[in-house]
Every structure is written in structure tokens, then in C-alpha cells.
Design a protein around this ligand. Structure first.
Ligand SMILES: Nc1nc2c(ncn2[C@@H]2O[C@H](COP(=O)(O)OP(=O)(O)OP(=O)(O)O)[C@@H](O)[C@H]2O)c(=O)[nH]1
Ligand SMILES: [Mg+2]
Length: 280
């Protein structure tokens, strides 16, 4: 059992969450040898000073990027600062309970390449979400399943709470925009097995959410960019051309048979089936 782990935690204006986060992690990971790498995007809210003072008592360090480049890119940069071969990624706002980290690490030690903290497997969920937020989140997962077929077997590819073996990202050319770093890793990382571990995504009690409409639009751009980079876009276009040409052939034959032939369809379905069979 490998108990050496690195936690990469992106932050932007999370000062009030840092101390409880570090304290709860130290309790949850009492049996582990761990380091916490805070990847901050120039919050200027006292996060930097606080982490530096906490580093006297806890294994925590901070990297401040003076240009704000976003959550997902902060995590990718964080992989470069992490020393251990098991890497945990989680939010700083305590919506990802530190107490779940050992179960995720256990799944890695039992052979998974990626262990995802999942809201959408049995036992998982989201606390206090409005109906709209639920629909948006499920809709985002559906878009991923639709346009990135290799994510279909994963119930929560949008989760920001996961653990990976370093080999998964070692050779991967990651260049994510927006918030969805896991999606980038699932599409471009080197992995064979994924395990989803349920957890309850709890309500934020301090600080403010940075998820806004821009992040949601960036998500669509990210999906498109992943489709381009993985060849999925070409496959999708081919699929549309083949499917579209089938429809055109079907409609053409249907028109010919009904208008110029003596064919009278029993109903629309049988006509469609007949012309489809002739086209094939
Ligand atoms: N480094 C960095 N971290 C960010 C940035 N935006 C957000 N974060 C951090 O990423 C984590 C998730 O951000 P949240 O705003 O909580 O987003 P969310 O959890 O998807 O949305 P909510 O459920 O509304 O909180 C938190 O730890 C944030 O501080 C950013 O631009 N750069
Ligand atoms: Mg949050």
C-alpha cells in the first residue's frame, strides 16, 4: 500500500476555507505521508500569507501564479509541483469532504488508475442544489456522454474530486480551459481502469462560488476542443454525413415509390423501413 500522496488544490479567493481544509486533511490523513500543494491564481486576499504561516505546522505549500489562468490549468501546473506518485485533486471550499480522500486513495492502491469522487453513483449526491443546478449538471454530463463517447461509462466525468496515478498524466499533452480538468484527463490521459467512489457534494459554507455563465460556455468550448484534439470531431462529422446521406436516400426512394410507382405505404413506418431496406 502506497501511503505517499500529494494533494493539488486550486484556489481563488478561498482564504476563509484554508485553515479548516488543512486541519481536516491532517486528521483524515493521519496515517499517510502527504503534502498539500495549493495552486493559487493571485487571490491577493491573504491566502498566500496564511498558507505560509500554516506551513510551519502542516505539510502545505503554495504556488501563486501572478496571471490568473483558471482552475483546470492551475491543476495541470500543480502536477509539476507534486512530489508523490499518487495525486489527489480537490476543491478548497470543503465541498469535497477531506474524509473521503482515504477511500479514493484505497481504490488506487487496489489497482485503479483513476478514482473519481462521484455524485452520481449510488450513495453519492449533491446537498442543497436547486432543480436548475441539477438539470445543468446532468445536462453537462449528457453533453460529455454524447460528444465524447469514451466518457459514457463514467457517471460523473465532471467531478473536480479525484485521485490519479502519476503515470496517467506523465506523457499526456494536457491543455484544458475552464473548470473540467477530469474530462481532459479522461480523454487524453493514459489509463485503463476507473473506479467511482460515492460522495456527498456538500453546500459551501464560506467564500463565494466562482462558477458562472462564462465557465459554462467555456465548458462547451472545452468539449469542442477535446473533440478536435482526440479526432472525435472527424468521427462525429463522418457519422453525420453517413447518417444524413441515409436519410436523404430514404426520403428520395420514398418520394419515388409513392409519387411515380404504384406503392402505397400502409403507414409511415413501413414506408420508411421499405425504402431503408432498398437503400441498403
Ligand atoms: N487557481 C484557481 N483556482 C480556481 C479558479 N476558479 C476557481 N478556483 C478554485 O477551484 C475550486 C472550485 O471552484 P468553485 O467556485 O467552488 O466552483 P464549483 O465548486 O464548481 O461551484 P460551486 O458548487 O458553485 O461552488 C475552488 O477551490 C476555487 O477556489 C481559478 O481561476 N484559478
Ligand atoms: Mg465549489
Amino acid at each position: 500500500m502506497n501511503k505517499n500522496i500529494s494533494l493539488v488544490i486550486p484556489t481563488y479567493k478561498e482564504k476563509d476555507n484554508i485553515q479548516p481544509l488543512v486541519t481536516r486533511l491532517s486528521e483524515a490523513l493521519a496515517d499517510y505521508k502527504y503534502e498539500i500543494v495549493i495552486m493559487d491564481d493571485n487571490s491577493r486576499d491573504g491566502t498566500e500569507e496564511l498558507v505560509k504561516s500554516l506551513s510551519e505546522q502542516f505539510p502545505v505549500k503554495i504556488v501563486v501564479r501572478r496571471d490568473k489562468k483558471g482552475l483546470a490549468s492551475a491543476v495541470v501546473d500543480g502536477f509539476g509541483y507534486a512530489k508523490n506518485d499518487i495525486i489527489v485533486v480537490m476543491d478548497a471550499d470543503l465541498q469535497h469532504p477531506p474524509e473521503v480522500v482515504p477511500s479514493l486513495v484505497k481504490a488506487i492502491n487496489e489497482g485503479a488508475d483513476i478514482a473519481i469522487g462521484s455524485r452520481y453513483v449510488e450513495g453519492g449526491g449533491c446537498e442543497g442544489w436547486s432543480a436548475l443546478r441539477r438539470i445543468m449538471s446532468k445536462g453537462a454530463a449528457l453533453i460529455s456522454h454524447l460528444f465524447l463517447p469514451s466518457t459514457r461509462k463514467i457517471k460523473d466525468p465532471m467531478s473536480g474530486f479525484f485521485v490519479i496515478k502519476r503515470e496517467v498524466v506523465k506523457e499526456a499533452n494536457l491543455n484544458p480551459s475552464g473548470f473540467k480538468i477530469l474530462l481532459e484527463i479522461l480523454m487524453l490521459g493514459n489509463w485503463k481502469s476507473v473506479v467511482e467512489v460515492p460522495f456527498m457534494f456538500v453546500t459551501r459554507s464560506r467564500g463565494e462560488s466562482k462558477l458562472n455563465t462564462k465557465q459554462q460556455l467555456d465548458y462547451l468550448k472545452h468539449i469542442y476542443s477535446l473533440m478536435q484534439r482526440t479526432g472525435e470531431l472527424v468521427r462525429f462529422i463522418k457519422f453525420c454525413i453517413v447518417g444524413g446521406s441515409g436519410v436523404i436516400v430514404n426520403l428520395g426512394l420514398y418520394t419515388l415509390l409513392t409519387r411515380y410507382g404504384s406503392f402505397t405505404p400502409i403507414d409511415d413506418t413501413s414506408a420508411g423501413l421499405l425504402s431503408g431496406n432498398i437503400a441498403l
